[in-house]
Design a protein around this ligand. Structure first.
Ligand SMILES: CSC[C@@H](O)[C@@H](O)C(=O)COP(=O)(O)O
Ligand SMILES: [Zn+2]
Length: 216
């Protein structure tokens, strides 16, 4: 028998957050998830919520005109709402944005000093939309600023000039953010990029480095 269809899009985010929390990628209150609706508003996790135990009341709805709908006056939207807004504006096909913090994402963000991280030419990149054989692919890295709007401005500026190869970006010493055509795809993207980061960290530890990840 088919499983019942999930009606409220927040349910998919609650399940994804619980899964990421169990992986150790959303410990404490780290990370935020959003899903865009047909009217171009989006649901985003409220700020400071424990991501392992989200409920329907732990979301804020942001409308295209900037109106914010909260379940109660004390609830604030995620501190990173401006980044989700920037990505939805840049990429009209994006319907969901996920941001998580893993140990590996932070380690690989220091493998290079510049603003792109070369990735191994993995088969798994197909899951992120890269279909070339032996792809020469890199992920954009952005500096972390305490003022989140500065990160969002840099994302808008860079991606308007140089479109990213992947639907993913790294915030140095902070975590990864991906955008995808659906919430289910967003979950896959997070799992894929986290696999790639784990591989890169493990490869360094064993001294086994493939093209694109040589030691400095
Ligand atoms: C664990 S705090 C990290 C925050 O500063 C932020 O980067 C984050 O990921 C969660 O912020 P939030 O406002 O709860 O969405
Ligand atoms: Zn974060």
């Amino acid at each position: 028998m088919n499983s019942p269809k999930l009606i409220d899009p927040r349910l998919e985010l609650i399940l994804a957050a619980r899964h990421f929390y169990q992986q150790g990628w959303m410990v404490g209150t780290a990370g935020n998830l959003s899903v865009r609706l047909p009217d171009d508003s989006f649901w985003i996790t409220a700020s400071g919520r424990s991501k392992g135990e989200l409920e329907l009341g732990d979301f804020v709805r942001i409308y295209a005109d900037g109106t914010v709908e909260k379940p109660s006056p004390d609830v604030k939207p995620s501190a990173q709402t401006v980044i989700h807004q920037a990505l939805y504006t840049l990429f009209p096909e994006a319907r969901s944005c996920y941001h998580v913090h893993s140990v590996e994402a932070n380690l690989v963000s220091r493998f290079v000093q510049g603003d792109t991280l070369p990735l191994p030419p993995f088969e798994m990149l197909k899951g992120l939309g890269i279909w070339q054989e032996n792809p020469d692919c890199a992920m954009s890295i952005f500096a972390n600023h305490s003022q989140v709007s500065c990160i969002a401005d840099e994302i808008k500026e860079r991606f308007t000039t140089i479109p990213p190869q992947l639907s993913a970006l790294l915030n140095r010493d902070h975590g990864v953010t991906i955008w995808a055509p659906s919430a289910k795809t967003a979950r896959n993207y997070i799992e894929l990029v986290e696999y790639i980061f784990r591989y890169m960290v493990a490869a360094r530890g064993t001294g086994f480095c493939r093209a694109g990840e040589e030691r400095e």
